[in-house]
Design a protein around this ligand. Structure first.
Ligand SMILES: *Cc1c(COP(=O)(O)O)cnc(C)c1O
Length: 432
């Protein structure tokens, strides 16, 4: 297993892809630009394993960036989607499925009174922000450095994920007019938030936050950060938006809101909610949600929103999670074990690092003392990260190809898989 995999076919496909697709990929981080080398092209996946076009097998620690929380090709989900394909794939008109999906989400997520389906996390966050602005009649909002809320213009200011990975300071195409309404503060820094509110009296529509940040590696909230945000929002009539695109249905059936016991006004979803198909959603308090068209004038729409195939995959996935809440404790235990074993292996080889974890979100930052915000995360040793990434990849372990992404475990991962990952990490020697 120690031999480097041959990825000849991936290399040929990557060459070909770059002729027709910018960078050869349809989402930037996939291109391996920050870690170097050739992105692996995949063909098939089952449970915790990915199979590339050269027939190599990898243990998957991305789970499609979250959605495949039950593992790939879960039989119940596959069967439900297959059945729906032969019934109908799109109407552009209402269906019973959409009501069932909305009702199931309301059952699982505390405080969710109404919900609107969209097709991605980006759309969910973009729409929730428009709604917050439309509802309050205010323009500005606060986001946190290193948090990612999709690629809508307003959010591409000090953003995490690929924007951080490629160290893009200003995104060309985002106008100054748009960016000036985006106020930013360091994550976990409540004093900075208070200052922004003081400096912009009566102008702030919303505060949007990843309740557990996952787009600068995993950074959990500290010192009652979320509770204090809640208090400030109540005090100043600001809408609190939890971006649960990553944490929703992952940290608990009711997401971070449930796990951490803090209620937002609006919540956005993506990733897990689609079970591997393109789905997003936003929802929250009835009073606010009623401002959306056709009830109100805050316009929001989608040709494929609530698509029957997507709803079927999402509903099947959420139903399993809802009926088997033991999945959450299993996932937590597996992630805890992976954190422990990887930490032991890296420490034994003399590496210094910080492991951050909350539930089944986990990340390692090399050569830093602590990571509680983006400013600290960006000081981590990227060179060591690159070497670690390629070391593990060539031994059949697929980690996120960016130091600014969290690992995502699926419940298909076995203890034997975790042992294997740790064994491979033991071979990652620090030779100065
Ligand atoms: C992935 C992600 C998004 C964007 O979702 P897409 O489906 O990629 O558009 C938004 N917010 C958070 C927290 C995310 O992790």
């Amino acid at each position: 297993m120690k031999v480097k995999y041959s990825i000849r076919t991936s290399e040929i496909l990557f060459e070909r892809a770059q002729e027709s697709i910018p960078g050869g990929v349809n989402s930037p981080v996939r291109a391996f630009k920050s870690v170097g080398g050739t992105p692996v092209f995949f063909e098939r996946a089952e449970g915790a394993y990915l199979y590339d076009v050269d027939g190599n097998r990898y243990i998957d620690l991305i789970a499609s960036w979250g959605p495949m929380i039950l593992g790939h090709s879960h039989p119940t989900v596959v069967e439900a989607v297959a059945r729906q394909v032969s019934v109908a794939t799109s109407f552009g008109a209402p269906t019973r499925l959409e009501i069932e999906m909305a009702e199931l989400m309301k059952e699982m997520v505390p405080g969710l009174e109404m919900v609107r389906m969209v097709n991605s996390g980006t759309e969910a966050c973009m729409s929730a922000l428009r709604l917050a602005r439309g509802y309050t009649g205010k323009n500005k909002f606060i986001k946190f450095n290193g948090c990612y809320h999709g690629h809508a213009d307003s959010f591409l200011v000090k953003a995490g994920s690929g924007v951080a990975t490629f160290d893009i300071q200003n995104v060309p195409g985002v106008t100054g007019g748009t960016a000036q309404d985006t106020l930013t503060a360091p994550y976990n820094d409540i004093e900075a938030v208070k200052r922004l509110i003081d400096q912009n009296p009566g102008d702030i529509a919303a505060i949007i936050v990843e309740p557990v940040a996952g787009n600068m590696g995993c950074v959990p909230p500290q010192n009652d950060f979320l509770k204090k945000l809640r208090t400030l929002c109540d005090l100043y009539g600001i809408i609190l938006i939890f971006d649960e695109v990553m944490t929703g249905f992952r940290l608990a059936p009711g997401g971070a809101q449930q796990r951490l016991g803090i209620q937002a006004d609006l919540v956005t979803f993506g990733k897990v909610i689609g079970g591997g198909l393109p789905v997003g959603a936003f929802g929250g308090k009835r009073d606010i949600m009623k401002a959306i068209a056709p009830l109100g004038n805050v316009y929001q729409a989608g040709t494929l929103s609530g698509n029957p195939l997507a709803m079927t995959a999402g509903y099947a996935t959420l139903s399993i999670l809802n009926q088997h809440s033991e999945i959450y404790s299993e996932l937590d235990h597996k992630t805890e074990l992976l954190e422990k074993k990887l930490s032991e292996a890296l420490s034994a080889n003399g590496w210094t690092f910080v492991a951050n974890r909350l539930g089944s979100m986990l990340s390692f930052h090399f050569d830093v003392d602590q990571v509680t915000n983006f400013e600290q995360a960006s000081k981590a040793n990227l060179n060591t990260f690159k070497k670690f990434f390629h070391h593990m990849l060539s031994r059949g372990v697929y980690l996120p190809p960016s130091a600014f992404e969290s690992y995502f475990l699926s419940n298909a991962l076995s203890n034997a898989d975790i042992e294997y990952i740790a064994d491979m990490a033991y071979e990652f020697k620090n030779i100065g």
